[in-house]
Design a protein around this ligand. Structure first.
Ligand SMILES: *Cc1c(COP(=O)(O)O)cnc(C)c1O
Length: 421
């Protein structure tokens, strides 16, 4: 996380002291850096700059409206997976022709709204869904713009819950089926096949899967064109990973590292070397790689607990605020806002939720900590707040955004009364 630095022994995020933010706004607290998000976005734009392209931000990673609005201003499109996200994109000022709609379970009302809005495409995930879209569009007397989401059966070697492009995953259409659908669509006047889509998984840290994906997409796009489909673009999905372990070392005057797992320009080059010859626009759908390293979750140490075989550091945030460790055994670096002298400890960092699966770290070597200290859970900008919940009747945390103008509260801490309203 390049926007983090210790000055002497105090942790700063951009130019803001972490201890000060936690003191003023309370914990648990999400803090995001807009300059970091902007830098990530420009890096992606730059990577694809030699070719007609569109970066569609994957909203599910972090859909705070202030972030969405700024990304829309910078020219980002939107990759949405529900009616709610589609409406968020329109609210943020994203033009319909820059919105793509994915997901295996779109309801009829969601399809109808998307078709009426005239978005870039609904990404079809099954034959039955395609038929439903055709029927809805026909009843409305319009043509629905669709793309086929291909399941290329590529293994990204990631956690099974974030691997989406193997044949055993629920996403996408097998290539054989896609080929027969491309034939069928030709005689379906209420459908227009405008693109092909694939998204092979998340937190991808090697280049090879993107290379294979590019080759597969080129082959299928060529076949679609031969069948007479006037494709407009190829949507290669997102999935670029970050190096969670490379956030920052808790030591005086240390600085955060550049932590994208693969240089975006290398991914662009790998894909474009296959796709450039098709003469089609390329759509890239990054989520995590735009926002993960631009956010931290701040939490306060409540108790230290010696359970004999294990030590516990009990903090005031838990799986309700950040579920990734519980859900995917994900690693998040955890560092103190203030470095103390003394000896550290090896402990589980756990939250207050009544679940044994409620932990941020297990058997983690930590610098010395005391009751009342502020800890920063790092690289928490993606799939953090957006998967938060009210479990155990806990109100959702506040969200702060650091911009060039200063600190803005971009979501108030949820009032406890909201839980029973
Ligand atoms: C989740 C998702 C993305 C973004 O994935 P990241 O790993 O966050 O980049 C892109 N496209 C689709 C269809 C998705 O479901």
């Amino acid at each position: 996380m390049q926007s983090l630095a210790y000055r002497n022994s105090e942790l700063y995020f951009e130019n803001q002291p972490i201890v000060g933010l936690a003191g003023e706004y309370g914990t648990p607290l999400y803090v995001y850096s807009m300059p970091a998000i902007e830098a990530n976005f420009q890096r992606m734009q730059q990577a694809f700059s030699g070719h007609e392209h569109l970066i569609c931000y994957a909203y599910k990673a972090n859909s705070n409206p202030a972030i969405l609005k700024r990304l829309a201003e910078l020219g980002a499109g939107a990759d949405v997976v529900s009616l709610g996200e589609l409406k968020l994109a329109l609210q943020a000022g994203v033009p319909p022709e820059k919105i793509v709609f994915a997901g295996v379970g779109k309801r009829d009302d969601e399809i109808e709204f998307a078709v009426r809005t005239g978005i870039r495409a609904l990404n079809v995930e099954s034959e039955m869904e395609m038929d439903v879209i055709a029927e809805i569009a026909q009843k409305m007397g319009v043509q629905a713009r669709i793309s086929l989401r291909l399941n290329p059966d590529i293994d990204i070697h990631g956690h099974p819950y974030i691997t989406t492009g193997r044949e055993s995953d629920k996403f996408g259409i097998r290539l054989q089926t896609a080929r027969s659908l491309m034939q069928r669509i030709r005689s379906m006047p209420s459908l227009k096949l405008v693109g092909l889509h694939a998204h092979i998984g998340s937190q991808i840290t090697e280049l090879a899967p993107f290379v294979r994906e590019g080759e597969m997409m080129r082959e299928l796009a060529g076949e679609a064109q031969q069948l007479g489909h006037e494709l407009e673009y190829i949507d290669v999905g997102g999935g670029l990973g970050i190096r969670y372990e490379a956030a920052i070392t808790p030591a005086p005057d240390s600085r955060g590292e550049d932590d994208l797992a693969i240089e975006p320009a290398e991914i662009a080059q790998a894909l474009l070397s296959s796709l450039a010859g098709l003469g089609l626009e390329v759509v890239f759908e990054p989520g995590r790689s735009l926002v993960a390293n631009a956010g931290v979750l701040l939490t306060q140490v409540l108790y230290l607990k010696d359970a004999g075989a294990r030590q516990f550091v009990v903090v005031d945030a838990g799986m309700t605020e950040l579920i990734r460790p519980s859900l995917y055994q994900a690693y998040h670096a955890i560092v103190p806002a203030t470095l103390r002298s003394g000896t550290g400890l090896c402990a589980d960092v756990v939250g207050p939720i009544c679940e044994s699966g409620d932990f941020f770290a297990r058997a983690r070597d930590l610098p010395p900590v005391q009751r009342g200290d502020i800890l920063a859970v790092l690289s928490a900008g993606a799939y953090g707040f957006s998967i938060s919940s009210n479990y155990n009747a806990r109100p959702r945390p506040a969200e702060l955004l650091i911009t060039s103008e200063g600190v803005q509260v971009v979501r108030e801490r949820e009032a406890i009364e909201a839980i029973w309203s």
